[in-house]
Design a protein around this ligand. Structure first.
Ligand SMILES: Nc1ncnc2c1ncn2[C@@H]1O[C@H](COP(=O)(O)OP(=O)(O)O)[C@@H](O)[C@H]1O
Ligand SMILES: [Mg+2]
Length: 207
């Protein structure tokens, strides 16, 4: 079982987008995939409830929002969406269950300031220091060749963390939501650029 925690201190950073799309990818890959949602808003859980049976299934990990201590049984991949600002005991507890943590960061100063603190906090976590949990950063809604994208790259370069990829801002992430779909459910020819952008994230998770 491989468990991927999606976390970031900021709301609207792209956590649920990453979580739901990653779960969709695993489902298409033929892995038994579960999606857990620790956010009270339950956006990812609601998204999952809308998913058609015609698409590869994703299980709902109905985890204890307060403090899950066990992974769901019978799955090969678990993706955990979290509320903004996961910290303290809850972050520690979630790291105990996880192998990877993906941190989405948008090219906005608000997001970068908030993430700075979070990266410092992650660096102090025992399981991360021991290499039991791998941290990867994903630029979110990045418009290539803009001043903002350069600022994000410069900002992220300060940390000793792999920046796995930058996902562009595209309507595909929005259009798929109301039907419980992710971009991996769409016909591949429409998504060449997006699939290319996901590739390094997926490779990082597979190794
Ligand atoms: N790469 C992207 N392209 C377009 N829209 C995006 C992208 N990433 C996120 N969004 C949109 O931004 C909003 C916030 O993203 P969300 O995943 O809900 O953030 P969080 O879960 O961190 O609060 C959502 O409306 C989502 O559809
Ligand atoms: Mg969310």
């Amino acid at each position: 079982m491989q468990t991927i925690l999606i976390a970031n201190p900021k709301g609207g950073a792209g956590k649920s987008t990453l979580a739901t799309n990653l779960a969709t990818y695993f489902a298409w890959k033929g892995h038994k995939a579960a999606l857990g949602d620790l956010d009270r808003q339950q956006s990812a859980a609601h998204w999952l409830s809308l998913r058609s049976h015609n698409f590869p299934p994703i299980g709902h990990w109905d985890c204890d929002e307060e403090l899950p201590t066990k992974l769901p049984k019978g799955y090969e991949r678990a993706v955990i969406d979290t509320p903004a600002g996961l910290r303290g005991k809850k972050l520690e507890a979630m790291l105990k269950l996880s192998d990877h943590i993906l941190v989405p960061v948008q090219p906005s100063s608000f997001d970068m300031w908030a993430s700075q603190d979070f990266f410092a906090r992650l660096a102090e976590e025992k399981r991360i220091r021991k290499g039991k949990v791998n941290v990867g950063v994903v630029g979110m809604r990045v418009k290539a060749n803009t001043r903002a994208s350069k600022q994000l790259a410069d900002f992220l370069a300060q940390f000793e963390l792999p920046v796995l990829s930058c996902l562009r801002d595209t309507q595909y992430y929005l259009q798929t939501l109301p039907r419980g779909m992710g971009i991996f459910d769409l016909p591949a020819p429409r998504l060449v650029r997006d699939l290319e952008q996901w590739q390094p994230i997926l490779e990082w998770l597979e190794t």
